[in-house]
Design a protein around this ligand. Structure first.
Ligand SMILES: NC(=O)c1ccc[n+]([C@@H]2O[C@H](COP(=O)([O-])OP(=O)(O)OC[C@H]3O[C@@H](n4cnc5c(N)ncnc54)[C@H](O)[C@@H]3O)[C@@H](O)[C@H]2O)c1
Length: 271
């Protein structure tokens, strides 16, 4: 394998254009489908060597196989983000398989895929905990494990979390989801303050409504009318932002979020 790329046969001028050449990345959760799959594909195309994790082992290996068929370095692993043991195994496994780690991406999250969308007074206590586990607790755990690796390696590192506009707008019937997504930005800010001097950055890619299986199941789609650009976002558009935030092009950006929402969050009352 070429030291500067995950693809031995890539020409030097092409290599220079690959924004993640030489980066070793772990995409945690959701690597098999939706936004996570798009991130995995984009990372391969941009030259990163990738370990992709998903609770669904078949999806994870399918995503990795597709990259390998194109000549890239990729491994699929099974893991449940609700388990601390699994999180630590995913990070340690990525380090072992890739010979180190430069980029961590956390993707899994949501509310309606896990518990019912209801107003706060109707929400079961256990459901709040579930939303915490699959949106924020695992991210903090994975970030902590990655930080330990980054600090030991001494060559910095980049963390990108997939967030949501619900983290800074009201989230009717998804209060817990909004609170957890808000927590991602808080985490990114603290990571930036504590570790920028070590060359470690964390940012959030905050999406609006994206056309994935979850979004399609969440309603009749009539709310597309509320999106100024007139359509749902594409997973590939979120993945492009994740690539940017993971790459050295965003080297001066940390503790921030990049919003990809078709204009929803800035739409005024008179538009
Ligand atoms: N789809 C949207 O409209 C939208 C909007 C804003 C933000 N987001 C965010 O994007 C991220 C991904 O959403 P998506 O719509 O692509 O989801 P998705 O349902 O399309 O993909 C979810 C993936 O996560 C995996 N997964 C589920 N539970 C897991 C677990 N416990 N451990 C490991 N893997 C698990 C599933 O197998 C699946 O492959 C989430 O953080 C979500 O909050 C999505």
């Amino acid at each position: 394998m070429n030291r500067y790329s995950n693809k031995a046969s890539v020409a030097a001028d092409t290599l220079a254009l690959m924004r993640l050449s030489g980066k070793r990345a772990l995409v945690i959760g959701g690597g098999g489908a939706g936004i996570g799959r798009a991130v995995t594909n984009a990372f391969g195309a941009e030259g990163a060597a990738v370990v992709v994790a998903d609770i669904d082992a078949d999806r994870a290996s399918e995503a990795a196989d597709a990259l390998r068929e194109q000549g890239f370095t990729a491994y699929g692993v099974a893991g449940d983000v609700r388990s601390l043991t699994d999180i630590e195994a995913m990070v340690a496994g990525a380090v072992e398989k890739l010979g180190g780690l430069d980029v961590l991406v956390t993707v899994v999250g949501g509310q309606v895929a896990f518990v019912p969308a209801v107003k706060l007074h109707e929400m079961a206590d256990r459901d709040w905990d579930t939303i915490y586990e699959v949106n924020l607790r695992y991210v903090a755990r994975a970030v902590r494990a990655a930080l330990r690796v980054f600090l030991e390696q001494g060559s910095g590192g980049t963390i990108v979390s997939v967030g949501s506009v619900t983290g800074f707008m009201a989230a009717p019937q998804q209060a817990a989801y909004g609170v957890m997504k808000a927590g991602l930005l808080s985490l990114a800010r603290t990571v930036s303050a504590e570790y920028a001097a070590d060359g470690i950055r964390m940012n959030v890619a905050a999406a609006g409504a994206v056309a994935t299986a979850v979004a399609n199941a969440a309603g009749d789609g009539s709310w597309v009318d509320e999106v100024p650009v007139g359509r749902l976002g594409r997973s590939e558009e979120v993945a492009a932002a994740v690539v940017y935030l993971a790459s050295d092009e965003s080297a001066y950006m940390t503790g921030q979020q990049l919003v990809l929402d078709g204009g929803v969050s800035v739409r005024g009352p008179f538009s």
